[in-house]
Design a protein around this ligand. Structure first.
Ligand SMILES: Nc1ncnc2c1ncn2[C@@H]1O[C@H](COP(=O)(O)OP(=O)(O)O)[C@@H](O)[C@H]1O
Ligand SMILES: [Mg+2]
Length: 285
């Protein structure tokens, strides 16, 4: 059975909606990136936001932690409105979130352990250093990197750096973990390690997970629910089967990696252009 949330009249603000967006609109100048989004994120589930580059996925999740403020509309965390909070109040709310953002780099001059301690030190005065070491060890064990405490980021692979960033994201035992393109730039095997970690953390920590990606292999593997953004709106919302069978042509184009007619026209034109620059076959070699 396919499951869909489409055609619901209003977002579910009941106990299950841990985060809620109400009529969220975000404009940059004339560019309307999000156009009246209504969305309730289910507690304890993994929600994946998909869509082509530039469609507003990052802008959407930045609103969930109020790193961006809406042009209009509201953002709620557990029925508390957060989009209008002061920076100090927001810092307290953000303790409940772990985020792994695109380019969310580690501090190069800090070793792995110091990187993971960073968010903890921001919020707590550490008196018991042995306990702090234990905590770092436990977080690293969760991502399979216990023993790497004294490594500097430059000595780690791209996949390992992502995993350390993940250990840092869970340092404060967040209720919600947000990931922006966690598998981008990784080869398929390392990408799958990240998928497995996302699943493991969701299971073991019972967190609510929101992942932004354009990697459909990853989306199908980890999602309880997939949402597709297109032209500032949610055009598809349901489980993996619902998305696979979705009738909207933009959904099919996106999940099958097809280019649309406008892009094709550009490609055809540029092929003619570039062919003219090659030597005729007879002249090769
Ligand atoms: N700080 C900003 N100022 C102006 N425009 C922005 C800003 N951040 C994002 N945008 C625009 O918003 C749109 C969506 O961007 P983004 O959310 O990063 O897309 P993606 O889906 O690839 O994550 C793009 O057109 C981008 O240029
Ligand atoms: Mg993005």
């Amino acid at each position: 059975m396919e499951k869909t949330n489409e055609n619901k009249q209003s977002p579910d603000t009941s106990a299950n909606g841990v985060m809620t967006l109400k009529r969220l609109t975000k404009k940059f100048g004339d560019n309307v990136v999000l156009d009246g989004i209504d969305l309730a994120i289910d507690k304890g589930k993994t929600t994946v936001v998909i869509g082509p580059s530039g469609c507003g996925k990052t802008v959407l999740i930045k609103h969930l932690v109020a790193l961006l403020r809406p042009s209009s509309g509201e953002v709620y965390f557990k029925n508390r409105r957060i989009d209008n909070l002061s920076v100090d109040e927001l810092n307290k709310v953000r303790m409940h979130f772990g985020f792994l953002f695109q380019g969310g780099a580690l501090f190069d001059s800090f070793n792995v352990s110091e990187n993971i301690m960073f968010p903890i030190k921001q919020h707590y005065k550490i008196t018991d250093w042995a306990q702090a070491d234990e905590l770092v060890k436990a977080k690293l064990a969760m991502v399979g990197l216990d023993g790497y405490q004294h490594f500097y980021p430059a000595k780690l692979s791209g996949g390992q750096r992502k995993r350390v960033a993940l250990a840092r994201a869970i340092a404060l035992n967040p209720e919600i973990i947000l990931y922006d393109e966690p598998t981008t730039g990784l080869d398929p095997i390392r990408a799958d390690v990240i998928n497995e970690l996302i699943l493991k953390l969701q299971r073991e920590l019972s967190v609510t997970t929101v992942v932004v990606t354009h990697d459909m292999t990853s989306a199908y593997k980890i999602a309880d629910r997939i949402i597709m953004l297109h032209n500032g709106k949610i055009i598809a919302d349901g489980d993996a089967d619902h998305i696979r069978n979705h009738p909207h042509p933009s959904v099919q184009q996106f999940i099958n990696g097809q280019v649309n007619e406008d892009d094709l026209a550009v490609l055809r034109a540029s092929t003619t252009f570039s062919q003219a620059q090659f030597l005729p076959r007879d002249f090769e070699e």
